[in-house]
Design a protein around this ligand. Structure first.
Ligand SMILES: [Zn+2]
Length: 212
């Protein structure tokens, strides 16, 4: 019995001599408190953004292009069709006839627009921890005293930077702007700043949408 008590005392002494344990426990408790608090918040629509823990919500996502024909290039290493050099392809290429409408994959906010890079006329939308990026669109980016916007007059598209966009909304059209050899949507996905394979997400979407 005394032995046990002694060993307990020794353990207590160890704990006392390492206040970092207490700090760690306090932080852990606080983080747990925060995450539980976060779950109890009223479910804003924006919180239905997919996470690994709640995969059945993929069914709410929209396929990003109309009149889809085929995937012409996947995510990963490839030989660049433009330069012939090896490169890492950070998106998924989806061929569709020129002028096909591009649809917003998930509701979110337009956080960037540009038209002067290899990506061509580009839209970047933020949905929670996800960013979805659409390249080679028709139209151009204009500046006005009210802000920046993408203008595709023929397609009837005016998209403002900062605008909230519902899921499935038409946000642009498949074009040939930037570095491209044919009409297609180059689509990129980032989660917490990391590029991920959009093909995996499309597969999950089909899995859940086919079963519902
Ligand atoms: Zn591409």
């Amino acid at each position: 019995m005394i032995k046990v008590l002694n060993s307990c005392r020794r353990k207590l002494t160890v704990l006392r001599s390492r206040p970092s344990w207490l700090v760690l426990l306090t932080i852990l408790g606080f983080v747990t408190f925060l995450s539980i608090g976060g779950l109890r918040q009223p479910p804003l629509k924006a919180q239905y953004v997919p996470t690994a823990a709640s995969s059945n919500i993929w069914e709410y996502a929209s396929f990003p292009v109309e009149n889809f024909q085929t995937y012409t290039s996947g995510y990963g290493y490839r030989t660049s069709p433009v330069t012939g050099e090896p490169q890492f392809h950070r998106g998924l290429d989806m061929a569709a006839p020129l002028g096909s409408y591009v649809r917003n994959w998930w509701e979110g906010r337009v956080v960037a627009l540009s038209d002067h890079t290899a990506c061509g006329t580009m839209i970047k939308i933020q949905s929670g921890q996800w960013q979805h990026i659409y390249c080679h669109l028709m139209g151009s980016v204009e500046e006005s005293p009210q802000g920046r916007y993408l203008m595709d007059r023929e397609g009837g598209i005016i998209l403002w930077q900062g605008q909230e966009i519902p899921v499935g909304a038409r946000i642009g059209r498949v074009g040939m702007t930037g570095r491209t050899t044919g009409p297609h949507l180059h689509w990129e996905l980032k989660h917490r700043g990391q590029y991920i394979d959009p093909g995996l997400v499309i597969k999950e979407m089909f899995r859940y949408q086919a079963s519902s």
